[in-house]
Design a protein around this ligand. Structure first.
Ligand code: 9MR
Length: 399
């Protein structure tokens, strides 16, 4: 049976499923379960107690991924990278892909791209591009059209008469500046919000309000014109879980992508963010079916913002690290079975810098541990789990 063939892949999936079931049965019979954890986390934790996250530490994540035709990288920003040479060294060692986490958003302090309506400040983004080119790391642009991180001047300046022109000039200037140099662009970010009650699932964002639903298609068309070589991505969160809410979101995203594809819109990939939470279970068959449906549209799939919050886990760091590692490995072993998944980006590389410290801190005040390296830049079990998931993934061709 050829590695990478569909029967080989099915066999691998069956082996993994069996491994998980055996783990559950063995552990539920005798495990000491920590009381404070929610039930779903207790179950997971007991499974992971029996899993050995052992890998050889010889090869970096980017090399293990590349061996399977996958690009691995991480989010990082200009302030972190320019001020922290130890982190920069680790980044170059582990990553083949860089996402600038702030400098290409419209407005994120301390280095906003759009300080005033007619001004662009490319200092941070230019620095990041030079860093990535010097170190042979590809760069992803994040993000051109989003409802968040808009400038303070946006509300008083942009309206339904000029929004199209404002969006046009932004994409023309930003995507045009980096023409031919970006691996990919997150062109439209988080445009679906089913709770907003529209039949097409679109979020009631300022862009929708000012331009109507066609703003999504237009954004892709302008970006393709300005940078015909970059892969153009629709990026969203909450697509990973087994809940009804995730079902509805997956359905709306598929509907949006099908519509865009049927109109010949230049969209090349879906970005599945992958902000995972130990309390939110994943239904592997729902996730597999969704990825297969996206692939059937002719799209690639990028895992764009992978991390795992430990906010519901007990204080003990070893327990937290084991559960987090298990969640990484389970998720990656499902998604990497789909050969159209071609990039994996974690939202940060080290616990030293993660948005979760600010947005989802732990109630006990302990530092969070969601990423592959700890805050001293040492590899954690999560690193091993990601490495193992790459080692076990079927091969694919980088498209
Ligand atoms: O990690 C990012 C954080 O530092 C910013 O303050 C925030 C607002 O711009 O965005 C965070 O990143 C988000 C990403 O851009 C889009 N998906 C969700 C991410 C986490 O909130």
């Amino acid at each position: 049976m050829a590695p990478g063939s569909s029967s080989h892949n099915r066999l691998l999936s069956r082996r993994r499923a069996l491994h998980l079931c055996l783990g559950t049965a063995a552990c539920l019979s005798g495990a000491v379960i920590q009381r404070k954890m929610p039930l779903v986390v207790q179950r997971r934790s007991s499974v992971y107690n029996n899993r050995e996250f052992v890998v050889d530490g010889q090869r970096a994540l980017k090399d293990r991924a590349a061996a399977k035709g996958i690009l691995y990288g991480a989010e990082i920003n200009h302030q972190q990278l320019s001020a922290d040479s130890d982190l920069a060294a680790q980044f170059i060692q582990e990553c083949a892909l860089l996402v600038e986490g702030g400098g290409l958003k419209w407005f994120l302090t301390p280095s906003p791209l759009r300080p005033a309506p007619n001004t662009f400040d490319f200092t941070a983004a230019d620095w990041m591009l030079r860093f990535s080119q010097t170190n042979q790391v590809k760069m992803r642009g994040h993000t051109l059209v989003w409802h968040q991180s808009l400038p303070p001047w946006f509300e008083e300046t942009v309206n339904n008469r000029n929004a199209e022109q404002v969006m046009h000039s932004h994409i023309r200037t930003v995507a045009g500046r980096y023409r031919g140099q970006m691996h990919s662009w997150d062109v439209v970010n988080e445009a679906i919000r089913v709770q907003d009650g529209r039949s097409d699932g679109l979020r009631k964002s300022p862009w929708l309000e000012f331009m109507g639903p066609d703003y999504v298609e237009l954004a892709f068309r302008i970006t393709a014109e300005m940078d015909p070589n970059a892969k153009l991505v629709y990026n969203d969160f909450g697509l990973e879980f087994g809940s009804r809410k995730s079902d509805a979101k997956r359905e709306s995203v598929l509907q949006l992508l099908s519509k865009l594809m049927s109109k010949g819109t230049p969209v090349h990939a879906l970005g599945v963010q992958g902000h995972l939470d130990t309390t939110r279970p994943i239904n592997s068959s729902k996730l597999r079916n969704f990825l297969a449906d996206v692939a059937a549209l002719g799209l690639e799939i990028f895992i764009t913002e992978l991390d795992v919050t430990d906010r519901s886990l007990p204080a003990d760091a070893a327990t937290r690290d084991r559960v987090i590692a298990g969640v990484y490995e389970d998720f990656l072993s499902i998604v990497l079975d789909e050969p159209r998944v071609t990039t994996v980006t974690t939202w940060g590389l080290s616990d030293r810098y993660t948005w979760l410290s600010e947005f989802f801190p732990r109630s006990d005040g302990l530092p969070v541990r969601p990423l592959p390296l700890d805050s001293d830049l040492n590899r954690k079990l999560a690193w091993n789990a990601i490495a193992r998931a790459f080692d076990n993934a079927p091969s694919r061709t980088i498209i």
